[in-house]
Write a protein that binds this ligand. Structure first.
Ligand code: DGJ
Length: 743
């Protein structure tokens, strides 16, 4: 085993339940049971030959036997068994009134689909169940893959047409998750908009459906494809039963959370059925995205820590041990489209002087790009701005000890571009209808093979000809008029699947051919963040809103679904374009240091003091970034609706913790609430090191206890610590390092 992997696995062992997984089938009862990392998931083949969920929750004893599944016969003629039985994957047929997993129209007009168990295979950590319609040669293979480290299950379906005619799939979900009947559930989900992503919503689950979705052709800012359900909504982040899930898909998606008429909870997710219509020819099959789901008894905090572990170890392109994100500089907020060789080199020198490791030139370097009206699609280096190509700038950046990154927006075209003048048919459109522009641009139809090849071709050339370590892959609008006139009307709606499959294939091929290349997913900020794109991208741009205070709640929401290890956060100028409020350089750094740190300010305007502060804090960040990016996150105080907020990250081996505390505004001059840390080794001794400048020590008669230089983990967790913050937009951060036994 590679040393890094071995260390990581060893560290993981202290942080998570024992890593093991077992998939078992009982032929007497026809029950399948998946046991993994402290969870049990069970379902069986019932008397109707349907697949029926039996249990999902905390691990049961190995000796606990599930009785055979029995269909529920409802309690009235209005509640047929098809509907009241918690099916794992229900076809729309017989009498199904709850959300179906699969809906098909056959060419003869038949729309009845009833899926029964046929067979199964178990291969290591994957169970595959084969279902078939009771009469037609339509097969569905359900895949369940369990992760031994976290117990997170990945579920997806493959739908196969073995009839002799094409059929139309109108709805194809990845999975349905079922929770026991109950009225004490709270749903957590994330909503947002451009520059206001990832706001956590919490509400009681009530009869009916709550729909989370994107109809936009991509993941979208509006909802994140993530949910969590808490039982007996605990006020403590780290206790209580929580079920959670997330869809790995970067196209239109939907998750419905449904309480049925008998109060059972079903959560169904997959392709968004809105405007969906996948024509499946004889012999063809359709794969759904993977819908991941997990359970924990450690509250919503525990749920996000499991997801973070899973993303780091099993999803990210550099899994299981991704490299820490380098500290980057990005030119966008400093120069916008006005990039040129001299200007970028001057910024690069300043960035290198504070310890930046990657210099990224943003929009404006290509085609006839002066503003957002022209140039997208023409990926040649602009000869006025860079008369000698990119090489002199890249060489300069390298000579300063940094690697070089470049902004691209490969899926878009401005009508004012050579590409569009040559290929007006390459964009999504309906023949003869207007083409709605967003930011003066149209969406290339990546589902087309020629467009896919063009996009791959120019990216490959760009990365082959230039020493580029990193691409910021942007995507600045959603779809409109999603037509594909080059194929038959029956095939046009395949665009919802084919586009994204081609996007993934470009990313996959590019990475395979250029193994050192790292990529950021950006979509006007955080408009394309999901576990599908994260298989191919190392980080994401969290939001175009870089205000350090707004960022606290965006980042708080983000980490419910995604690891801070991919959450890029830049320090920009203050006051900023979005906010007139004034914040100190230190405050801005502490806000951004909770994820992957970047600097996006106009360094030409900085004072020597600003440079000194930045240099000091970047050096401090490098001491904690492994803990912040890949450790265990505890949200000690939420920024939502409170005067203050606190996060704590603990390294997997508990040898280091980093604590960030913010005071938004002081009302009535109350002292800052005591902070109780979590996740430390209670018996170990930890030494305190201030990352920020140390807040003024409390006076002898103050109600605050002075911060000790060192103390036990038990002290920090049970006695707690006081941080002397007063005023508006104040922040402090400290690090705890475990003292070695012989020190
Ligand atoms: C939107 C991104 O989110 C910004 O960071 C910047 O790259 C601009 N696009 C450039 O056009």
């Amino acid at each position: 085993m590679h040393l890094r992997t071995a260390l990581f696995t060893a560290a993981l062992a202290c942080a998570a339940p024992a890593a093991s997984a077992q998939i078992h089938y009982n032929p007497q009862t026809h029950v399948f049971r998946i046991d993994s990392a402290g969870t049990t998931y069970a379902f069986g083949v019932n008397d109707m030959q349907e697949l029926q969920q039996l249990y999902w929750g905390k691990a049961l004893a190995a000796s606990d036997n599930f009785p055979a599944a029995r269909s529920n016969d409802g309690n009235a003629s209005f509640d047929p068994a098809t509907s009241t039985t918690p099916q794992e994957y229900a076809g729309w047929g017989a009498g199904l009134y709850v959300e179906p997993a699969l809906k098909i129209t056959f060419p003869d007009g038949n729309r009845d689909l009833v899926l029964h168990y046929v067979s199964h295979t178990i291969d290591g950590n994957t169970l595959t169940i084969r279902l078939k319609d009771i009469e037609r040669e339509v097969f569905v293979s359900l895949r369940y893959t369990t992760d031994p480290q976290t117990g997170i299950l990945g579920r997806s379906a493959v739908i196969e047409n073995r009839t002799s005619d094409p059929l139309l799939i109108e709805q194809a979900e990845s999975a349905t998750w079922t929770l026991p009947r109950g009225t004490d559930y709270t749903l957590d989900y994330l909503t947002g908009r451009w520059a206001g992503e990832d706001q956590l919503q919490q509400e009681a689950i009530r009869p009916g459906q709550r729909v989370l979705e994107s109809r936009r052709g991509s993941t979208g800012h509006q909802n994140s494809p993530w949910f969590a359900v808490e039982r007996d909504h605990a006020t403590d982040q780290d206790t209580g039963d929580v079920w959670f899930g997330t869809l790995a898909w970067s196209g239109s998606w939907r998750i419905t959370v449904e309480q049925d008429q008998l109060r059972a909870i079903r959560i169904t997710g997959g392709y968004n059925p809105f405007d969906f219509g996948y024509r499946l020819a004889p012999g063809q099959s359709l794969d759904t995205p993977v819908f991941y789901g997990g359970y924990t008894h450690d509250g919503i905090g525990g749920a996000s820590r499991l997801l973070h572990r899973f993303e780091i170890a099993s999803i990210l392109p550099q899994k299981p041990t991704p490299k820490a994100r380098p500290v980057l500089y990005n030119s966008w907020e400093a120069t916008e489209f006005n990039v040129d060789e001299a200007g970028q080199e001057a910024l690069a020198e300043k960035a290198a002087s504070i310890g930046v490791e990657r210099f990224v030139m943003d929009d404006g370097w290509f085609g006839q790009r002066k503003d957002d009206h022209a140039g997208l699609g023409d990926w040649y280096v602009n000869p006025q701005k860079f008369p000698h190509g990119l090489k002199p700038l890249i060489d300069k950046v390298h000579s300063l000890g940094m690697d070089f990154g470049l902004w691209v927006e490969p899926e878009m075209v401005n009508p004012d571009s050579d590409l569009y003048r040559k290929h007006p048919d390459w964009v999504l459109n309906f023949t003869g209808r207007p083409r709605t522009e967003g930011r003066n641009q149209l969406v290339l139809n990546l589902a087309r093979q020629d467009v896919r090849d063009y996009v791959y071709g120019f990216l490959d050339k760009l990365v082959t000809e230039n020493d580029i370590a990193f691409l910021k892959w942007d995507y600045n609008r959603n779809w409109s008029e999603p037509g594909w006139p080059a194929v038959s009307p029956e095939e046009q709606k395949q665009v919802y699947v084919q586009y994204i499959d081609n996007l993934y294939s470009i990313l996959r091929e590019l990475r395979a051919k250029h193994p050192g290349l790292e990529i950021e997913s950006c979509s006007g900020g955080g408009g394309r963040v999901d576990l599908g794109i994260l298989r191919y991208t190392d980080e994401v741009w969290t939001s175009d809103n870089t205000d350090p205070f707004d960022r606290l709640s965006i980042q708080d929401g983000f980490t419910y679904a995604f690891t801070p290890g991919v959450m890029m956060a830049w320090v920009t100028d203050s006051p900023a374009w979005r906010h007139p409020g004034i914040t100190s350089v230190e405050y801005r750094f502490l806000s951004s240091m909770q994820g992957g740190l970047g600097v996006g300010a106009n360094l030409n305007h900085w004072t020597p003091e600003d440079f000194a502060t930045a240099k000091r804090l970047i050096a401090e960040y490098k001491q904690i970034r492994e803990t912040v990016q890949h450790g265990s996150l505890y949200r000690l105080v939420s920024p939502r609706g409170s005067e203050d907020s606190v996060t704590e990250s603990v390294s997997l081996d508990r040898s280091q913790a980093a604590v960030f505390a913010f005071l938004h505004t002081s009302q009535f001059g109350y002292p800052y609430p005591r902070i109780y840390l979590r996740g430390l080794d209670p018996k170990a001794e930890y030494r305190v090191h201030w990352i920020s400048s140390e807040p003024e020590k409390p006076g002898p008669h103050s109600e605050l206890t002075p911060m000790p230089d060192h103390a036990s983990g038990a002290w920090f967790m049970s006695h707690g610590v006081d941080v002397n913050l007063r005023g508006d937009f104040q922040a402090a951060a400290f690090r705890l390092d475990r003292v070695a036994a012989d020190e």
